[in-house]
Design a protein around this ligand. Structure first.
Ligand SMILES: [Zn+2]
Length: 228
């Protein structure tokens, strides 16, 4: 018999925090525009939303998701096995095909497009989300800037929940890893919300900087950005 998601989350909680009382939980499958899963704590109650694409997922996958979300919530390390299992599942052809269709159907029409001439920022975001964030970051609006500003490589605009990347990078001469790096940096701003200090918009905490160093080929990226 299939166990309910509520039950699966209860078990994952007990494994992660033995002896702690299990909080009330609400688990629902939600029609997000892409595959993502969210967890929040509201008044002592855990609110969990799973992408409806995962509704038919096998139990080990749901267990992996429960572990990943709870580990994030309680700042515990994510078990590599769970992360791998989940990543493999969402990147399996069947699921990624469904996700692609879903984005086409549910994705909103926008004035500014994420799809540039060379790079699709939504795809860049989703790839990085899978590679570095267990697919857990909710995708903001992704847009190429209208102008070709050089002083502003990219920025995250919390008011519009948008990541804007300078259009100079939407060019075949720009390596993918440079675009990846700029978007990765802005994704870290999403993950580490800015604690406002005066009027500074771009605050890079020690935690932020440590995580930024995880980006591969960082020296190469910085060298490239310097000469652009
Ligand atoms: Zn920054």
């Amino acid at each position: 018999m299939r166990r309910s998601p509520l039950h699966i989350f209860e078990e994952a909680y007990r494994e992660l925090r033995p002896g702690e009382p299990v909080p009330e939980r609400k688990v629902e499958f939600f029609a997000f525009t892409n595959i993502k899963n969210t967890i929040r704590m509201r008044q002592g109650k855990l609110l969990i939303r799973l992408s409806d694409l995962l509704e038919g997922a096998p139990e080990p996958i749901l267990r992996a998701i429960a572990h990943i979300l709870l580990a994030k919530m309680y700042r515990k390390p994510v078990e590599r096995e769970a992360a791998t299992r989940y990543r493999r599942y969402v990147s399996s052809t069947d699921i990624s095909r469904k996700a692609h269709l879903m984005r086409q159907v549910r994705g909103r029409k926008r004035l500014d497009s994420a799809q540039g001439r060379t790079y699709d920022l939504e795809k860049v975001f989703e790839d990085l989300n899978t590679r570095f964030f267990h697919g857990l970051l909710a995708r903001p609006q992704m847009t190429w800037s209208r102008d070709h500003a050089r002083n502003h490589l990219g920025h995250y605009d919390p008011a519009h929940n948008a990541i804007v990347v300078s259009r100079i990078f939407d060019h075949p001469g720009v390596p993918r890893y440079a675009v990846d790096y700029i978007v990765y940096h802005e994704m870290l701003h999403l993950k580490h919300p800015v604690k406002l200090r005066g009027s500074r918009r771009c605050v890079h905490s020690a935690e932020f900087q440590a995580e930024e160093k995880l980006f591969p080929r960082l020296e190469e990226v910085r060298r490239f950005l310097k000469q652009i």
